[in-house]
Design a protein around this ligand. Structure first.
Ligand code: ATP
Ligand code: MG
Length: 408
């Protein structure tokens, strides 16, 4: 089948009143950037949609790219003809012929006369096109309610669009349209999914990864870079802040509080993440927590950990089952990287029975009693290295300046 055009429809943000134009512009820019590898395509924005003229290019690869653009709700490959009864009948007939249908299939025509100057009503057009096709193609069986094949005929003043496929896009909000947040990216299955879900909601994300060299290896860090690179494919580029966490982490060992180590670590991570968020102008922290999944994700632990920051903590996966999360990680292309077996700093020095109901007062007391903890947090923050990744490269390291004094 040779299609003339792709019709791109926008998602729920179209209802957003005065922001609508800004949102539409963001999606259009994003669509333009994912279609850059196909120089023959030409775009036109009109009536809250984008039309992409294929100019002889196959529709398949562009559709794959467009399905991942945030804010796109669906895509239809379309055949174009004149707003003329004879041409519409001829083109519909040719279209079905090229589909080469063999088996019985339920069917209806859904015509829409958008241009009221066209001499036949939508209803009449359903009859005209439907009766011709039913006569010519024996395998078609009329069905008005959810037919397998619904041929759509959209008649506009300059052109008529004929199509049947409505391919779902990822939906959500346009890239970067809802502000900035920091994601705590661990290298596991969950946090990359949390990052993608947040980007789909229109958040600009920057990643923060805590590593404990030499207890965690360079390979573990590379894995996080690779994950962030996959995520960058959805938005163009991705910043990752690598925080050296060894000294902070080891300050929690040997103090006789092994079952609280993970809680203390999480609180320390949030404190450093809050400073990075403030420096980068981000207004929330996102994590891959899912309720009850592990000891640090019980309601009581989440409560105790969340006290360490005043920023909102967003947890997109909080109510999801693991298999739903795995499913998404496979779809977004992070699963195979996530299951590589490199250790995360959270698995180090952690007791066999971490607290599931930690006392906030005890945590406050322990943190105050650790000599020099403030300085260790400050030092980790100052030694954080930032990398910018793009789908095909990036990764040059640059040490960034830091100023932060108060930690508690
Ligand atoms: P994930 O699959 O994302 O690693 P998990 O189920 O293994 O999640 P935890 O290890 O308890 O859960 O981590 C919970 C959340 O804490 C992670 O989703 C992530 O947001 C954050 N986190 C954990 N370890 C790190 C790390 N080393 N660097 C940055 N964030 C981390
Ligand atoms: Mg983990």
């Amino acid at each position: 089948m040779t299609y003339d055009m792709l019709l791109i429809r926008f998602g729920e943000f179209m209802l957003k009143g005065k922001n609508r134009r800004r949102f539409e512009k963001s999606v259009t820019l994003h669509v333009e950037s994912v279609l850059e590898p196909f120089p023959r395509l030409k775009l036109r924005s009109e009536f809250g949609r984008i039309y992409v003229y294929l100019n002889g290019e196959s529709e398949k690869e562009p559709i794959q790219a467009l399905k991942n653009v945030f804010g796109v709700s669906s895509i239809s490959p379309v055949i174009v003809c004149a707003p003329d009864l004879e041409d519409i009948l001829r083109t519909s007939h040719r279209y079905l012929q090229e589909m080469n249908l063999q088996d019985d299939i339920t069917f209806k025509v859904h015509a829409r006369r958008v241009w009221k100057g066209f001499p036949h009503s939508s209803h009449e057009m359903n009859d005209h096109v439907g009766s011709l096709l039913l006569k010519e193609f024996q395998m078609l069986n009329v069905c008005m309610h959810q037919p397998e094949l619904e041929l759509r005929v959209e008649i506009r003043e300059k052109k008529t669009y004929i199509f049947y496929e409505v391919i779902p896009g990822v939906g959500g909000f346009p890239r970067g349209s809802n502000g900035k947040a920091m994601i705590l990216l661990s290298g596991g299955i969950d946090s990359p999914v949390a990052a993608w879900s947040s980007m789909r909601r229109g958040l600009t994300m920057e990643c923060i990864h805590f590593y404990s060299y030499p207890f965690t290896s360079q390979l573990a860090k590379n894995k996080v870079e690779d994950l962030a690179r996959v995520l960058s494919g959805y938005v163009g580029e991705m910043k990752v802040h690598f925080v050296p966490f060894t000294d902070v982490q080891t300050s929690f060992t040997g103090i006789g509080q092994d079952n609280l180590i993970i809680t203390l670590m999480r609180r320390a991570m949030l404190r450093i993440a809050t400073s990075l968020a403030e420096r980068e102008g981000a207004l929330a922290i996102v994590t891959g927590d899912s309720l009850g999944q592990v000891a640090s994700q019980t309601l009581s632990s989440l409560n105790a950990i969340g006290r360490a920051t005043e920023l909102p903590i967003l947890r997109p996966l909080i109510m999801m089952d693991k298999n739903e999360i795995i499913q998404i990680s496979k779809e977004i292309g992070t699963y195979d990287l996530s299951i590589q077996p490199y250790e995360d700093c959270c698995t180090l020095f952690v007791s066999e029975s971490p607290a599931t109901n930690p006392s906030i007062r005890a945590l406050d007391r322990i943190e105050r009693s650790i000599n020099g903890l403030q300085e260790l947090l400050q030092d980790a923050f100052e030694r954080t290295e930032t990398v910018v990744l793009t789908p095909n490269g990036g990764g040059s390291r640059a040490v960034v300046d830091a100023v932060q004094e108060e930690w508690f």
